[in-house]
Ligand binder design. Structure first.
Ligand SMILES: [Zn+2]
Length: 408
């Protein structure tokens, strides 16, 4: 059955100016035409007054990290219920694709692909690889070494590994559980108690072991990195993508651009940490570490764009009720403008995922992941921060949310 979205304003994700009244025709799971006639028998779907966009992509999710405090305190059934709810909230907020960079593993992807759980197209990393005493090794410092066992097949925050051999085993384990890329922790973190945000973590040799394992599977490694020393190590080892990049400088941004490496800033979590830290199980002792991070992160976005770095979009939201993913576009729009914020969360994110040929823009031949929002996101980028104003979500040609009739 073909669908024809009729009468909306189209922002196609490429950065082109909006087009009014453009008909988008979907057949099966794909877009078959943009701006053409309505084929005979196609069901019209009226979107006049709404803005149609590609499904949004969040490259930095932790749907499976419900609390950083005591993961063992939650029964697996309750954790699963929260995880599935987070997956559904992600989809209903207009994010039709997500890259889980620590948390859920290939188990969630299978549940979503089988239609058992509503959720985004999932690119799971499984547990993040981190070193002893590094960000992700969150145990009390004076107790025996903390190994978060997680619940394989559901979620695990991190896997501690030291030395290239252990990194290799951890990488292979992540892939065995369905990882589509690897996430490594290469600098200190904000939500961390036994390191400094200025620290670099893992040696270049350890990181190379992860890169070799990823390349053997035609995929890549992304690294959690707040500072430039760690980004330098990551570039030397062959990492293709860096998360956060808070204290990026011009010289390092130029190196990233030359290497074709991407940056995924995460402005949302930094903003929400101030109000949501309790709900996320973040220890109060962490709060002083947030000081100055948001200002630096906003400056890093400017530096990256100026250097020509490919800048993606991620949220880094934690906790049991993850419903504000669209805030990332709202915050990004303040820095680089609403159109660039949209391109970042659609076309650019798709390319970072290596799925630019089938996701990220509204074009004939691509997968039909489409949303409609009630409002003009170029004049009012806050529209993305209100899931109720995301009135239509189509994923792979299937309407998974339709609240058009309730939109004033
Ligand atoms: Zn994160």
């Amino acid at each position: 059955m073909a669908l024809a979205l009729e009468g909306g304003t189209l922002i196609d994700g490429s950065g082109r100016d909006p087009a009014t009244g453009t008909r988008v025709v979907v057949e099966g799971e794909r877009i078959v035409s943009v701006g053409g006639q309505r084929p005979r028998g196609a069901e019209p779907l009226e979107v006049t007054g709404f803005t149609v966009l590609p499904g949004l992509i969040d490259l930095h999710t932790h749907m499976g990290i419900l609390s950083v405090a005591e993961p063992e305190a939650m029964p697996p059934a309750v954790a699963a219920a929260h995880l599935f709810r987070n997956a559904e909230l992600c989809l209903l907020s207009g994010h039709t694709t997500a890259r889980e960079v620590a948390g859920a593993d290939g188990g969630l992807r299978r549940a979503i692909d089988a239609g058992l759980v509503a959720g985004p197209r999932l690119f799971p990393s499984g547990p993040a690889l981190c070193q002893s005493g590094g960000h992700g090794d969150l145990g009390p410092p004076f107790l025996p070494h903390h190994h978060d066992p997680g619940t394989p097949g559901l979620a695990q925050m991190s896997m501690v590994c030291d030395g290239p051999d252990e990194v290799r085993v951890a990488a292979r384990t992540a892939f065995r559980r369905g990882a589509t890329q690897l996430k490594v922790i290469i600098s200190g973190g904000v939500v961390s108690l036994t390191d400094r945000i200025e620290d670099s973590q893992f040696t270049v040799q350890e990181l190379r072991a992860a890169v070799v394992e990823a390349r053997a599977r035609d995929t890549y490694v992304t690294g959690h990195a707040h500072n430039v020393a760690s980004i330098g190590n990551g570039l030397e080892a062959g990492l293709e993508c860096f998360e956060h990049g808070t204290f990026l400088d011009e010289a390092t941004a130029a190196q990233m651009a030359a290497a074709g490496a991407a940056l995924v800033p995460t402005l949302t979590a930094i903003r929400l940490l101030a109000t949501d830290w309790r709900a996320w199980g973040v220890p109060e002792a962490v709060l002083p570490r947030v000081a100055g991070v948001e200002e630096a992160a906003r400056e890093a976005v400017k530096i990256a764009y100026a250097a020509g770095v490919r800048v993606g979009s991620g949220t880094d939201i934690l906790g049991p009720e993850q419903h504000r993913r669209g805030l990332e576009l709202t915050l990004k729009a303040e820095i680089i403008g609403p159109m660039e914020a949209i391109v970042s969360a659609t076309a650019t994110n798709a390319r970072i995922l290596r799925r630019g040929h089938e996701l990220g823009t509204v074009e004939a031949g691509k997968l039909a992941d489409l949303i409609a929002v009630a409002g003009d996101p170029l004049a009012d980028p806050a529209v993305f921060d209100d899931p109720d104003r995301v009135v239509l979500v189509i994923q792979g040609g299937r309407v998974v949310k339709d609240t058009r009739s309730q939109a004033g």
